[in-house]
Design a protein around this ligand. Structure first.
Ligand code: ADP
Length: 413
């Protein structure tokens, strides 16, 4: 086997090459997840460990959450949290010191909930705190050294990788924030301008009672849209930064579709729109974050009513197709012009023709996409201008859990 011919000196050179490559990528990539994936992969190889993970610390909830791991898929990671008190990772955050343990189960700080999900029993563990600008942002851990115990050299190499991960996290966070905030401020300009015009008009003595009432009505509706914009913006910012945890549980999608229909009943009646649910009662259970999936369905359903025509209809579908859950929202509305399709899921994007038809923030579809992708699913749209639109969401029936055992390279479940 090739493995046996690699001498320690060759291995060390190879390790330095990996470190160098990561340092180089750091300057050029802004895709945090991709970079952290590479850092955890390098950490397992360099320290000859079975698995590696990066957990980020959230000061508000005083918990750590998984951001990258060699043995856990994205959707599962979203639901995994580790408390600050009563865990080795939390100890590293609080004490700002590395940890090296040969038998984690003998250590009173060990938190074993995660093992029940990954099915990977932690034996030995080496971890370091990730420090950026003097603040602990998280930890990098490797577990189960093959053959031997973790050494001083392993710790030194992990510290180099950790320093790189910390810079990457800090850079992307700053970048994401500045990008989102400038877009948000831009979106605030129009409603703020119309509010200030409205107050200016109100102060003029010559306006009639009728004009006065109309202006008050406009102020109220602008304030409501600003409110909607602020909540959607916060939702999206949290989703984009990976700080929203998904709580997976099995549930019946058909029930959820009827619930959403009830929520929208009054709105649909106002526009004379018929809503139908097309899903079997005995539909296979879906294991997902119920509240978040409800948010997706309500968003799509609300759009299909807003951008419909009087006497139109909306059908909410739920069925299993090719081992995945399909949720469809089909409307007979104004449709989406072909040239708008590529930009539809962009933040703040709204089709010009529909802007006059209904109020909106242009954030709903971005939120849906983040939630669906966070579940390991996808969202697709088909539409014909003037005829109607179909949104189709596909979700795995359960979160895909474990990637593979790095040694055996095969799927565990
Ligand atoms: P908004 O708050 O503007 O509804 P979304 O992100 O939910 O924001 O949707 C973005 C744009 O996509 C909408 O402004 C609208 O132009 C278009 N759109 C979304 N759903 C539909 C639909 N069912 N029919 C027609 N157009 C739609």
């Amino acid at each position: 086997m090739l493995h046996n011919t690699i001498t320690p000196i060759h291995k060390r050179l190879e390790d330095y090459r990996r470190l160098f490559e990561i340092a180089r990528d750091l300057a050029s990539t802004l895709d945090l997840d991709q970079l952290l994936e590479r850092i955890v992969a390098a950490a397992t190889d360099i320290t000859e460990a079975e698995a590696a993970s990066i957990l980020l610390y959230d000061n508000t909830s005083r918990q750590l959450y998984f951001q990258a791991a060699t043995n856990i898929e994205q959707p599962t990671m979203r639901g995994l949290v580790v408390p600050l008190e009563g865990s080795i990772a939390g100890w590293m955050v609080r004490n700002r010191k590395p940890v090296r343990i040969s038998d984690a189960h003998q250590d009173p700080r060990h938190f074993d909930d995660v093992e029940q999900i990954t099915h990977l029993k932690t034996q030995s563990l080496l971890g370091i705190p990730l420090i950026a600008k003097d603040k602990v942002v998280g930890v990098l851990e490797v577990i189960n050294k093959r053959l031997r115990e973790f050494s001083d050299t392993d710790e030194d190499l992990l510290l180099v990788l950790g320093a790189q991960a910390a810079i990457a996290i800090e850079n992307t966070r700053l970048f994401q924030q500045s990008d989102l905030i400038s877009e948000f401020v831009h979106e605030l300009r129009t409603p703020l301008a119309s509010l200030s015009t409205a107050t200016y008009l109100l102060l003029r003595p010559e306006i009639s009672k009728q004009q006065h009432d109309q202006i008050i009505h406009n102020i109220h509706s602008e304030a409501m849209s600003l409110n909607a914009l602020a909540s959607s913006f916060l939702d999206l910012a949290r989703l984009e930064s990976g700080r929203i945890l998904f709580r997976f549980s099995p549930f019946n999608l058909t029930d959820l579709l009827y619930e959403c229909k009830d929520v929208m009943q009054v709105r649909a009646q106002e526009e004379n729109i018929r809503m139908l649910v097309d899903a079997p009662d005995n539909l296979q259970q879906l294991e997902a974050d119920r509240d978040k999936i409800k948010q997706v369905v309500l968003n799509l359903l609300s759009n299909s009513i807003k951008y419909n025509r009087p006497e139109g209809s909306v059908t909410l579908g739920g069925r299993v197709i090719d081992g995945e859950m399909s949720i469809s929202v089909i409307d007979t509305g104004i449709g989406i012009p072909a040239e708008a399709m590529p930009r539809l899921f962009e933040k703040f994007y709204r089709v010009r023709e529909s802007e006059n038809k209904a109020d909106g923030t242009g954030l709903g579809l971005s939120i849906c996409k983040q939630i669906v992708q966070g579940h390991g699913g996808r969202i697709e749209v088909k539409s014909k201008a003037g005829h109607g639109t179909i949104f189709d969401v596909r979700l795995p029936l359960k979160p895909k859990g474990i990637k593979y055992d790095t040694q055996k390279r095969q799927t565990l479940r």
